[in-house]
Design a protein around this ligand. Structure first.
Ligand code: ADP
Length: 160
């Protein structure tokens, strides 16, 4: 049984993330998406809201589950019985950052490997922060997120 985790902030989940999830779910028998409860960042959505949005987006993928975590990614991987960490790569800037984290994780936990999936070119420019910025200024975000997430963003940005 090949089990992987896909950790991230997902604030909020975009079509770029969903593309990576769909592809990883075909490579691994089981994929657990870990929403990081990072006290150093002030997210737009609470960790529960982020988990719920992803659950809604992946409800048709039977081998994928979604949960939150805090602490070290490698500890979360171990808890999930996973020996692989999936991360997405968009550009060389992602690579530099991701390579450093992957190497660090490998030193502290040699039994956990990082697997990089390159972005679908359709979503290479897409990030959670750019989606939030476009939404904040009233732009159309329907090409970036699912209709369900779009609705949640509008509620949040309009109602605060
Ligand atoms: P983090 O704060 O951990 O970087 P993100 O939610 O921004 O969390 O991203 C989670 C993972 O998804 C990262 O590996 C990131 O590189 C990847 N990712 C984000 N957006 C895209 C995209 N458009 N295409 C492919 N991978 C992406």
């Amino acid at each position: 049984m090949k089990t992987a985790i896909y950790p991230g902030s997902f604030d909020p989940v975009t079509l770029g993330h969903i593309d990576i999830i769909g592809r990883a779910s075909k490579i691994f028998d089981r994929l657990t998406i870990g929403v990081l409860n990072n006290s150093a960042k002030t997210p737009l959505f609470s960790v529960e809201e982020r988990v719920n949005m992803i659950r809604e987006c992946v409800k048709d993928l039977t081998n994928v589950d979604v949960t939150s975590f805090d602490g070290l990614t490698v500890d979360f991987a171990r808890k999930c019985g996973a020996n692989a960490v999936v991360r997405g790569l968009r550009a060389i800037t992602d690579f530099e950052y991701e390579l450093q984290i992957a190497q660090l994780n490998r030193v502290i936990s040699p039994d956990v490997d990082t697997v990089f999936l390159t972005t679908n070119l359709k979503y290479a420019y897409l990030s959670s922060s750019s989606v939030k910025e476009v939404a904040y200024y009233g732009g159309d975000i329907s090409h970036f997120v699912t209709p369900y997430v779009e609705k949640r963003i509008h509620e949040k940005v309009i109602k605060g």
